[in-house]
Design a protein around this ligand. Structure first.
Ligand SMILES: [Zn+2]
Length: 418
């Protein structure tokens, strides 16, 4: 029998911040595209999935991933593990590929992945080798502005921004010179600059750098559309001043100028810092799970089963788990959905093609569930928080095809006794 639709998702709660839609509807897919979003579609489909009680969103976008597998050593995870296997249809590698290694990223990572793989290209010649383990590779002499602008422009379909770091270890060696070069690259390429906040490298011998001073010097350099990452970091140099214990006043000025905020969860996230920043009225623009081989256990990654460094150890993890944390901190569900759909689509300059569920667009969809109960959430400063709901992934539809939820990174919800 011929069916008008290939796939029908029936009776889910469609949340689409880009169009303001929030209500129960069916979503029909034909020839890889969304054919209809309406309540009670009567026409049949080759495959119908009842998603009653579940959430249907545009395909989730992880704005902070590390998927340059094999080239970034233990750091890089398999793209489809972080992506469609976790019900995330787009991942944005932050600073893995560089002007020297972008061809390999396209050929070996982006092309074969079922997930849409994009990147913010590293400002540094070497990119994110072994997770930026060797600080001496990241000084101003290890940057080639013209070559990186050229590489970004030549690969504009997958390079959607520039990545650099502003933190005290680098500042103790070179001040913020590298950030200024990163800004030059971003301007030349016409792309946003994504800045890592919070300590990454150890300080150079016999130096002291004031983390607050680094933030104060950084913010005026940032331009509209640029992204500040790790606002909730437990390391020095995030949004909370070490001097006052309050949000840096310059953060508001930067936001008013159009600078956006990415959570960049990873091992940086601290509930205590997040509470303070949110209480000050600052909502993150985008989420970003920031999973890599040092903070999740990644079976099948380089070297097979590998224990995470116990110092970091947030594994296993998923973007939806980070969504649960924002929900538990009091953010509203549609605002959280915006941080993984419409807002990142804008950050990537792709709001006309991804990040929203609209008839005629390519079928790029995530289906999630919200489990009721009592759950425990943990951060890397040792805090434990009780959650009364847990957002979990069900499956993704990427380019019209349903993808199995098969990532070993998805955590089993940690249920507390009733
Ligand atoms: Zn990262």
């Amino acid at each position: 029998m011929d069916h008008p639709f290939d796939l029908l998702l029936r009776n889910g709660r469609v949340i689409d911040p880009a169009t303001g839609r929030d209500g129960v509807a069916d979503v029909a897919i034909t020839a890889g595209r969304i054919a209809a979003i309406e309540p009670n579609i009567t026409a049949t489909a080759s495959e119908t999935i009842d998603v009653t009680g579940k959430i249907i969103t545009a395909g989730l976008i992880d704005t902070h991933a590390h998927v340059y597998q094999h080239v970034t050593g233990r750091f890089g995870l398999a793209a489809d593990m972080v992506g469609v296997g976790s019900a995330v249809t787009t991942v944005v590698d932050q600073g893995g590929p560089s002007c020297m290694t972008i061809p390999g990223f396209r050929h070996f990572i982006a092309n074969p992945a079922r997930t849409r793989v994009l990147c913010f290209i590293s400002a540094y010649l070497v990119g994110g080798l072994e997770g930026h383990l060797y600080p001496e590779l990241y000084g101003p002499k290890q940057v080639d502005v013209a070559a990186t602008v050229k590489a970004a422009r030549a690969n504009a379909d997958i390079v959607r921004g520039i990545k650099a770091h502003a933190e005290i270890g680098g500042a103790s060696r070179w001040g913020l010179e590298v950030i200024k070069l990163g800004r030059e690259i971003a301007r030349g390429a016409g792309l946003p600059l994504y800045i890592h906040l919070g300590q990454l490298w150890p300080m150079a011998d016999k130096t002291t750098v004031d983390a607050d001073e680094v933030v104060r010097a950084l913010l005026p350099i940032m331009e509209p559309g640029d992204v500040l990452a790790h606002p909730f970091t437990r390391h020095p140099g995030g949004f909370i001043s070490g001097e006052t214990g309050e949000v840096h006043p310059l953060v508001w000025a930067a936001m008013e100028r159009g600078v956006t905020i990415d959570v960049g969860h990873g091992s940086h996230f601290s509930f205590a810092m997040a509470r303070k920043v949110l209480a000050a009225g600052i909502l993150p623009t985008t989420l970003g799970a920031d999973m890599h081989g040092y903070n999740v256990r990644a079976p099948g990654a380089d070297g097979g089963e590998r224990s995470a460094n116990p110092f970091f150890g947030v594994a296993p993890f998923s973007l939806t788990h980070a969504m649960t944390e924002l929900l538990t901190l009091g953010m509203k569900l549609p605002d959280i959905v915006a941080t993984v759909t419409s807002n990142p689509a804008k950050m990537l300059g792709m709001a006309d093609s991804i990040g929203s569920l609209q008839t005629g667009r390519e079928a790029d969809i995530s289906v999630l569930d919200i489990l009721p109960g009592r759950f425990e959430l943990r951060d890397n400063s040792g805090e434990r928080v009780e959650a009364d709901r847990m957002i979990v992934p069900c499956f993704a539809v990427r380019a019209g095809q349903r993808c199995a939820l098969d990532s070993p990174l998805i955590p089993a919800p940690l249920r507390l006794a009733a």
